[in-house]
Design a binder for this molecule. Structure first.
Ligand code: ASP
Ligand code: MG
Length: 462
């Protein structure tokens, strides 16, 4: 059995749902389909809630009616008059209910987290209805299920945590038998309910998490995340000329890359599946023939190089030096306690006997942090820096790879270098201006066969 999850862009309009029908219809294995809200709908629902909170009943009602129209237009997917009437009636009922709720909230000018979840859930409730009806009309035996009957969560509205045991039990009793006898259960992602039946949501982007939880509970053979890109790329397409799709990545590699915004999905959301060894495949619903990226517990083969390179611009480097650090202990703790107190994450760290350098990309508390560190050390600060790294299991296995990485950067001034024995990345910190040549050269060295002309270096490096 497999779980197929389609994100907002994969259900955004009639053409997208038609493609989805083709994709699901071409899949022979028993399957469960999970869908997001049509793209931008969750944002619009949250906005309608805000309008209600401000007491603007008219604007909130108008927002709901616009959403109603957009969803009603999707009914052209269904040809059979009875089925179409049933879908239109279901959507009418949903959006009238939503209008009533939003109106009531606008009167009291208050939207609690619980109410906000109730509103946000309408996106997935509507999209899943539409997709189920469209499947049925296209001759795919399917049935709509209310995800709130299946995904049972705690009452932490806006970021609910699943009750795995209760959810698994529902999956096995309500969902699995349907899929095994050839029907296609269609459920909305992102939404669930408490044991008492109150609607909850898992947090933005939560449909991937739903898909992973369903896949884990059903013991699926594979989870497919259908989106609008070909998969994880070997480099940022805005920076490298010929990025390629990474065919296979380990969960750890995907997690490293996620920090750098190579974020096709948030890796932690698929953890329940990866832990059980269920492969997660990222696929492009606009190009279903493309191979996509497979994320597995263990690393994939990346030849003799890294899996991908990535970068992050606009970080600040802080240098903390003190002769007191020489042969002393406790200094690092003192330094990091300051960052902890100001709730500021530190990303890259390098140390020598008398100094520590760190990078930070959340600058909100930086002035206060620098002031406090200056109380016991000499502190330097440099803004406008960037992190460039290569990620891949191979960096752990082949200690010579790091030198190849650094060799590609010859001539570029490096501010920090970080590499560890059991790590699967090598990271350098350099100036923002040098990111482009660095990425281009690294990509050429590791992922392109044809050597191209050396990109120009920034003036200082020549
Ligand atoms: N519709 C929800 C959101 O936009 C969940 C998702 O798409 O995964 O956050
Ligand atoms: Mg999404």
């Amino acid at each position: 059995m497999i779980v197929m999850k389609f994100g907002g862009t994969s259900v955004k309009d009639v053409a997208a749902v038609r493609r989805l029908i083709g994709i699901v219809g071409g899949e022979q294995r028993p399957k469960v389909v999970v869908v997001s809200a049509l793209s931008k709908v969750t944002d619009a629902l949250i906005q309608a809630g805000r309008l209600a909170e401000q007491g603007d009943a008219a604007a909130a009602a108008a927002a709901v009616r616009a959403l109603h129209r957009r969803h009603a237009e999707m009914a052209v997917l269904v040809e059979s008059p009875q089925r179409k009437a049933a879908l239109v009636a279901a959507l009418d009922e949903l959006f009238h209910e939503l209008e009533t709720i939003v109106h009531a909230l606008a009167v009291v000018e208050e939207v609690s987290p619980r109410s906000a979840d109730t509103i946000a859930a309408f996106g997935e409730l509507a999209s899943s209805r539409i997709v189920a009806a469209a499947f049925e009309d296209a001759g795919l035996r399917s049935c709509w299920l209310d995800a709130r009957q299946v995904l049972i969560t705690d009452a932490q509205h806006g970021a609910a945590q699943p009750d795995r045991q209760a959810t698994d039990q529902r999956l096995l009793s309500l969902v699995r038998p349907l899929a095994l006898e050839g029907q296609i259960p269609v459920l909305g992602g992102f939404i669930g309910a408490t044991a008492a039946g109150l609607t909850t949501t898992l947090g933005r982007g939560g449909s991937d998490y739903s898909a992973a939880l369903f896949g884990a509970g059903l013991g699926a053979d594979e989870i497919q995340i259908w989106t609008d890109v070909d998969g994880m790329l070997t480099g940022d397409p805005r920076l490298v000329a010929a990025p390629k799709v990474v065919p296979q990545l380990s969960f750890d590699e995907a997690s490293e890359l996620a920090y750098f915004g190579a974020k096709v999905l948030h890796p932690s959301t698929i953890l329940p599946a990866v832990r059980l060894g269920i492969p997660v495949r990222i696929l492009n619903s606009e190009r279903p023939e493309a191979e996509g990226t497979l994320i597995t517990r263990e690393a994939g083969a990346h030849g003799d190089g890294p899996a991908a390179i990535a970068c992050k611009r606009g970080v600040t480097r802080i240098d903390i030096a003190s002769s007191r650090m020489l042969m002393a202990y406790g200094f690092l703790r003192r330094v990091f306690e300051v960052f902890e107190r100001f709730r500021t994450p530190v990303d890259v760290v390098t140390t020598s006997e008398v100094s520590v350098s760190v990078t930070v990309d959340d600058r909100r508390a930086l002035d206060a942090i620098v002031a406090e560190l200056s109380g016991f050390a000499d502190v330097g600060r440099e803004d406008g820096m960037a992190i460039v790294c290569a990620v891949g299991q191979r960096l752990r296995d082949d200690p010579c790879l790091a030198a190849r990485f650094l060799g590609a950067l010859e001539g570029l001034p490096l501010a920090m270098v970080s590499l560890g024995g059991s790590r699967m990345n090598i990271t350098v910190v350099l100036r923002n201006d040098d990111v482009e040549p660095a990425m281009e050269r690294l990509h050429r060295r590791f992922f392109e066969d044809q050597p191209r002309a050396e990109p120009a270096l920034a003036a200082h490096a020549r």
